[in-house]
Design a protein around this ligand. Structure first.
Ligand code: ADP
Length: 158
């Protein structure tokens, strides 16, 4: 029975869209690029417990990169002069992998794996702005989200 479920899950990846399995933007824990990295910020990052935290500029839809919770480990917060942006660029994590909301889980899984990304920022082109065709984020997706679809089970994280 379990094997049958897994087979069904794997086969369904081609027809399932990323938008159907993503974590919606409203539920994503993120940081703003110009936030000062102080002890409270680091505490909240650890409190949420996510390995990766998207970084946005001004609006949450405008994700410009991501940080890893480990990036804050050796940081001296005393001086109060480091921003999230500084940390992000120091660790060279500026570019988050962009994935299209209507792409299939199958294609996105292969692309993320091929390019050694764990997380993708899900976007759809903004139909309202002609001048600024910059895509806006509507959510995130990680390899774990897709693997869960594949095996049709929740993965319980430690
Ligand atoms: P982690 O390695 O941080 O445990 P995973 O990649 O295993 O994260 O993903 C576990 C779940 O948490 C997935 O559903 C993923 O979409 C979600 N997730 C990952 N990072 C974040 C975040 N910063 N904010 C909200 N949800 C997240």
């Amino acid at each position: 029975e379990r094997e049958k479920n897994i087979m069904t899950g794997v086969l369904s990846l081609k027809s399932k869209k990323i938008r159907d399995i993503m974590t919606h933007l409203i539920d994503v824990f993120m940081l703003e690029a110009d936030q000062i990295v102080d002890d409270d910020l680091i505490l909240s990052v650890h409190g949420y417990g996510y390995s990766r935290v998207p970084v946005y500029e001004k609006q949450r839809e405008n994700i410009i990169g991501l940080v890893n919770f480990r990036d804050f480990a050796l940081l001296d917060t005393e001086s109060g002069k480091f921003t999230v942006r500084n940390v992000m660029t120091f660790y060279n994590r500026r570019y988050a992998k962009i994935v299209m909301a209507d792409d299939s889980c199958y294609d996105v899984f292969n692309n993320l794996k091929k390019e050694h990304h764990h997380m993708g920022v899900v976007v759809e082109p903004d139909p309202t702005s002609e001048k600024d065709p910059k895509p806006r984020a509507i959510g995130i997706v990680t390899l774990e989200d897709i693997i869960e679809e594949m095996i049709q089970e929740e993965i319980v994280d430690e």
